[in-house]
Design a protein around this ligand. Structure first.
Ligand SMILES: [Zn+2]
Ligand SMILES: [Zn+2]
Ligand SMILES: [Zn+2]
Length: 331
């Protein structure tokens, strides 16, 4: 069982994988460039290898029974486990609890070599449908306070395109900061800070990549990373799960274009992607929050400075990043 331990000074929760301890040897593999890490063979996410994954939670099928286009399965190596009690407890002066939650894998396509930006908006829409269905299902479990969708491209162990749906018993620090920032702003101005950002960005236009009927993609004013990109719904909405079908199609098309451009411009960069939604359960849910996607190409300089200070150094101003992303030649 993994543990959630609270760092007592900065009050951040840390997941400690106490049961699957790794020693020094395990880290040597990560010293290689990511493309040289040996993938797990045979690939458990490829069609025909369904028995190599834990029992399927959801499948989106097209063209007959068993012909899945998206599958959702429990993660074999979860950070959070579904069974058990939280057992919040002290250890001396410290706080810890069991890492109860859910950790599911969304297998985004049967195509081992697929990628966002190349798989087409229809397929991205199916992935978004799986996110919506799993998020709303997990949010019903009273033990959970936050649902998070996360993707690392390429994956560390599996190259087959996949993403993670996590349900957590605590609100992660990054989302907590955003929630409190949004509450503070709306307390003073009676407006949503994210809605104001959308208006500001559209008016100035300098950091806009693309606008669609329902969404805006832009490089944020204080981008922490080179080519950091956000996608945000124009309609005020705290939760990704409230997205309608028409909005979802618009979003899938926009994502396909944005990732196509990032792939071309930065030559298939490694990246991380997250969907930030309001915490769940009435007590923690914040109608002032405004859900969004954050995309961070992992191409930055060393991160020692950020680690030491908590602030970031970005050598590519967002105005420059956005102008490059607007002008990518997609012919
Ligand atoms: Zn595969
Ligand atoms: Zn808003
Ligand atoms: Zn965010």
């Amino acid at each position: 069982m993994a543990e959630l331990r609270r760092e007592p000074v900065a009050r951040r929760w840390v997941v400690i994988l106490a049961a699957e301890t790794k020693g020094p040897k395990d880290y040597l593999v990560f010293k290689k460039p990511y493309r040289e890490i040996e993938p797990i063979e045979p690939c458990p996410f490829c069609p025909g290898n369904e028995t190599l994954t834990p029992e399927q939670i959801l499948a989106i099928e097209e063209g007959g029974e068993g012909k899945w286009t998206v599958r959702v399965v429990p993660n074999k190596f979860p950070f959070f486990r579904i069974e058990g009690e939280l057992d919040r407890r002290p250890e001396g002066m410290y706080d810890l609890m069991n890492a109860i939650g859910a950790h599911e894998i969304v297998i985004e396509t049967p195509d081992h070599g697929g990628a966002w930006g190349r798989m087409g908006p229809d397929q991205i829409q199916r992935v978004l449908k799986a996110y919506r269905e799993r998020s709303s299902d997990l949010a019903r479990d009273r033990r959970f306070r936050q649902i998070l969708i996360l993707k690392n491209h390429p994956g560390v162990f599996y190259l087959h395109p996949h993403s993670h749906v996590l349900a957590m018993p605590v609100i992660p620090g990054r989302i907590d900061e955003e929630v409190w920032g949004a509450l503070d702003y709306s307390g003073r101005k009676e407006r949503c800070i994210f809605c104001d950002i959308i208006k500001e960005e559209i008016t100035s236009g300098k950091r806009v990549i693309l606008e669609t009927p329902h969404f805006l993609s832009f490089c944020p004013f204080a981008s922490r990373y080179p080519f950091e990109t956000w996608i945000i719904p124009r309609r005020h909405s705290p939760d990704f799960v409230s997205i309608g079908d028409e909005e979802m199609w618009d979003l899938a098309s926009l994502m396909e274009t944005v990732f196509d451009r990032l792939l071309r411009l930065l030559k298939d960069p490694p990246y991380s992607f997250a969907i930030h939604s309001s915490p769940v359960q009435e007590k923690y849910h914040r109608s002032e929050y405004h859900w969004h996607m954050e995309i961070r190409p992992r191409i930055g300089l060393g991160e020692g400075f950020e680690w030491a200070t908590g602030f970031f150094v970005n050598p590519t101003p967002p105005e420059v990043a956005a102008s490059h992303l607007r002008e990518v030649d997609c012919t």
